[in-house]
Design a protein around this ligand. Sequence first.
Ligand SMILES: NC(=O)c1ccc[n+]([C@@H]2O[C@H](COP(=O)([O-])OP(=O)(O)OC[C@H]3O[C@@H](n4cnc5c(N)ncnc54)[C@H](OP(=O)(O)O)[C@@H]3O)[C@@H](O)[C@H]2O)c1
Length: 254
Amino acid sequence: MANMTARKKLVVTGAHGFVAGSILAQAGEEWQVHAISRGEPLARQDNLCWHTFDPLAPEELVQIIRDEGPEVVIHTAALADIDLCQTHPEIARAINVDLTRRVASVCTAAGCKLVFCSTDTIFNGEHAPYNEDDLPGPVNFYAETKVEAEQIVARLGPQAVIARLSLVVGLPVLGAGNSFLARMLAAFIAGRTVAVPGRGQFFSCPHACRLHRRSNRRGAGAGGPHAGGCHHGGPGAAGTGGRQSPRNLSSQRP
Ligand SMILES: NC(=O)c1ccc[n+]([C@@H]2O[C@H](COP(=O)([O-])OP(=O)(O)OC[C@H]3O[C@@H](n4cnc5c(N)ncnc54)[C@H](OP(=O)(O)O)[C@@H]3O)[C@@H](O)[C@H]2O)c1
């Protein structure tokens, strides 16, 4: 077992979430993980330190990053529900943009790498597949907030990775959160009909959430050499992404 003092430090925001659960589960012994969440601890292991507070109250978040001096911060916390973002734009902006700005600022000051979870829905889906240099064309407020947050994170230059995930298909490993597959199964069990995304849909598998590692062929995890945008979805290869981005997913939600 790795010595505590020899471990690299990793801070993960939004730890009760679906993607964060995968990150926490896949963080190896070489990492000392600091999970930040409004919720109570989901796991107890000696390389996991759980901090329960609301990240929108800035003091604790800033203090943990300053005090711990992590090598990497993976910022997953977001209002990731497209419909909720559309109906609650102030909350969406506060979490997706303002909180990201604060995280980016403290990472800059602390000199640690920031991996920001973005989405392929920043594209309008009309000309998929996309590469990292294609211009975004958001068609809903969620995507607009993510584009704005990406621009903030991009200012960190080589200190940041913008990981554009496609729809992550898997069951929650820890906690619950925004798993399309879990909602779909629940709908089946309840006997409801489910409309699923169709042809041309790109997916990320939960292994794409090993964002603290050299997580794909471009080395675009925190441990890899890549900085800037990187697509983590597609029909098999990294570096593609993009799917239809409806303004409102209500008709597709299980
Ligand atoms: N799931 C996907 O298919 C997918 C696809 C593309 C991109 N992404 C991106 O990946 C990241 C994680 O997504 P996810 O699917 O894991 O979402 P999720 O399950 O909804 O988790 C997001 C987490 O953000 C925090 N959060 C949500 N609302 C908040 C609020 N009002 N105040 C403070 N914190 C709040 C919560 O953390 P706590 O409960 O721990 O406080 C929540 O668990 C997001 O940035 C999302 O845009 C996800």
